[in-house]
Ligand binder design. Structure first.
Ligand SMILES: [Zn+2]
Length: 263
C-alpha cells in the first residue's frame, strides 16, 4: 500500500514529511497528499472517496494508519473549493483566515483574473468531506440536504444528540424515492443506524427554497463557509442560553464541536 503514495503523487499535490508510527514509534519518511483536483486527478479523488488517501503502512511493524491532515479539494468545473481542517472546530478564527488565504492563492494562480471567485466550503472531518463530494457529484442540493438534517436534529429533540451524533447523507444509496442518512457516533466513528427521508419531500424543499423569502432564510441559516446543520443546531442552542438573546455566530457552535470531535 505505502509505496503507492509516492508513485501516484506529483510534487504539487503534497509534500514529503517525517511520520511516526503510532504503534511502534518508528519514524519514517512519507508523502502526504494535501491537494486533490477532482476533475484533473480522478485517481486521487477515487482514493479519497475510498478513504485510502494518506493511509500509511509502517515499514517496521506493518501497522496501517490514516494520517489526519489538512486537505484541499478543488473542483474547477463547479467553481468549488472544499477545505478539510480535521477537528478544527475550536480553531474557528484560524479556519476563517485559511479561507481568505485560499482565495488569495487562488487569485494569484490566475494572475488575479479569476472570476467568478470559487465558492469555498470548510469541513472538519474526512467523513464530511467524502459525504460532500458524493452529494455534489450526484447533483443533490447541499443547502436542502443540510436543511433536512437541521429538521431531523430539531424535530427529534433528545433522540439525536447533535453533540455526540453526526448525520451523514448517503448520496450513493439514495434514489428517486428515498434519501438515506447515516447516524455516526462522533467519538467512536461507529455507524449506528440509518434514517430515511422521502425524495418527494426533498424536491418540495428544493422548490420552496427557490423563492423568496425562503431562499434568503436558507442562506441566512447556512451562510458559509461552514455549511453544517449540526453546528448550526449547537449554535442555536448556545444563543438560546445567552441572557440577552443576542444572535450568536456559527463560531460558538464550532467551538463545541472541536472539543467533542476527534476526527
Ligand atoms: Zn510501526
Amino acid at each position: 500500500m505505502d509505496p503507492v503514495e509516492k508513485k501516484a503523487s506529483p510534487g504539487d499535490q503534497g509534500r514529503h514529511c517525517e511520520l511516526r508510527c503510532p504503534h511502534c514509534g518508528r519514524e519514517f519518511e512519507a508523502f502526504l497528499v494535501e491537494r486533490v483536483d477532482g476533475s484533473r486527478s480522478p485517481e486521487l479523488k477515487s482514493r479519497l472517496l475510498r478513504n485510502e488517501l494518506n493511509r500509511m503502512t509502517c515499514p517496521q511493524c506493518n501497522y496501517l494508519f490514516l494520517v489526519e491532515s489538512e486537505l484541499l479539494y478543488r473542483d474547477l468545473d463547479r467553481g468549488l473549493i472544499i477545505y478539510l481542517m480535521p477537528g478544527a472546530g475550536e480553531r474557528w478564527r484560524e479556519a476563517e483566515n485559511k479561507v481568505k488565504s485560499l482565495l488569495v492563492n487562488y487569485l494569484a494562480e490566475f494572475g488575479g483574473a479569476a472570476k467568478p471567485l470559487p465558492e469555498v466550503q470548510l469541513v472538519f472531518s474526512r467523513a464530511e468531506l467524502m459525504e460532500r463530494i458524493c452529494m455534489i457529484d450526484k447533483g443533490y442540493e447541499l443547502l436542502a440536504v443540510e436543511y433536512i438534517k437541521y429538521l431531523i436534529y430539531t424535530r427529534n429533540a433528545g433522540r439525536l444528540n447533535p453533540r455526540s451524533k453526526r448525520l451523514l447523507f448517503n448520496a450513493e444509496d439514495s434514489d428517486e424515492r428515498t434519501l438515506w442518512f447515516v447516524i455516526q457516533d462522533i467519538a467512536t466513528h461507529r455507524l449506528e443506524g440509518v434514517l430515511q427521508f422521502e425524495h418527494q419531500a426533498y424536491r418540495a424543499i428544493c422548490e420552496t427554497f427557490l423563492q423568496e423569502p425562503h431562499a434568503r432564510m436558507l442562506r441566512g441559516l447556512f451562510s458559509g463557509p461552514v455549511i453544517n446543520a449540526r453546528l448550526q443546531v449547537l449554535a442555536d442552542e448556545e444563543s438560546d442560553r445567552q441572557p440577552e438573546g443576542k444572535p450568536q455566530s456559527l463560531g460558538a457552535g464550532a467551538v463545541d464541536d472541536g472539543n467533542k470531535s476527534s476526527d
